[in-house]
Design a protein around this ligand. Sequence first.
Ligand code: ATP
Length: 436
Amino acid sequence: METLVSLCAARGFIYPASEIYGGIAGFWDYGPLGVELKNNLKAFWWRRMVREREDVVGVDTAIISHPRTWEASGHVENFSDPMVDCRVCKRRFRSDQLEGERCPEAPKKRAVTDCDLTEAREFNLMLRTELGASVAESTTAYLRPETCQPIFSGFKRVRESARQKVPFGIAQIGKAFRNEITPRNFTFRSREFEQAEMEFFCHPSEREKWFEFWRAFRLQFHRDLGFDESLLRTRPHAPDELAHYANAADDIEFLFPFGWQEIEGIHDRGDWDLSRHSEYSGKELAVTNEQTKERFTPMCIETSVGIDRTTLALLVAAYTQQEMEDGEERTVMRFHPALAPIKAAVLPLSKKLAEPAKALNARLCGHFNTFYDEAGNIGRRYRRQDEVGTPFCVTYDFDSEDDGCVTVRERDTMNQERVPMEGITHYLRDRLEEAL
Ligand code: ATP
């Protein structure tokens, strides 16, 4: 993890938010390469979950909802973790993550009996804010701890305006906030993060069928990201782990350097959310089957994946160190080409060739993210691109002027191929598309 965290900062993938002030726990910034990687992941999710499906539509809802939303959802009452404070070091911990009665910060030689931990208390994880100009008239609002609640409150509007009939789904990608007691493991547990969620509404008689369908569909998605089978597993929740409203839940887990951890949850939420919003808003959210005239509140199967956790998994899975024939080592980020932040680097063999190489880059950058680099010898430039996972390097050399060709070097095999410049856009696009 340490090597990866340093590489991420050095190459501008991810680094601490407010770094010059010493950072702020649980908040991270994505740099020029990180934002491309994350955007590619989100675009792929959107393509699979919304664009390629006739039965799913997308939305982008406000981060702040009417405060009643969180009463209806149960978050005001139940969305908490048990925490304890250490009276010696003044730090706060999740009591379910402690080993016995010991403060995790205490020196090893301190006796357990000398640790001074408070009783566990429930700590609500929602981040609060105040709305309104004056303190007296302000209203407490919450930054959403999950993106799905506004999907439920907007269910009727979306169903009617998009002319969808049950079964169908509503999807959204957006920020969520949780005041995690112990943010840790890089971006894995953050206080501000992104979720990509899809709520699929179906008839009560079909809930098991759709749960199974989405579980398999989502697992395949992670395989399509290029994750090896040995890094993925699913884990059903034991009955005592289930949220109070959930009928069934499966986690999709990834093998991080710090162990197997959840990256996505598939949940059968039953009719909990629609029923509660119906009760709290006084608005009817049931639907009618036009053929049978049966009236029912749909059941909901949710797929909820963390974009930041999956981005971290992509970085972990991509990282490789390789010994080369000449004895040198290279670091390669083996991102799936469709997810790689930079698709092609354009490199003039010599600075004298800058002008035509820049013209080539100008042609390519309208089609996909490219990077122009003329600094240093060509071997060093290849290494720099390997280290950020660029699948193709396109070199413009002294022959290019005469034969109208460039050399395309492939990241993983390091094979080189002479390709006519005229067809270079199609060539690269075909090879990028082959992958997905
Ligand atoms: P955990 O048990 O790890 O706290 P959770 O079960 O509370 O997670 P869900 O509420 O099911 O998580 O959220 C769905 C997804 O959102 C998770 O699978 C994860 O990828 C992401 N997620 C949740 N909390 C965080 C966080 N603090 N930081 C980053 N991603 C998160």
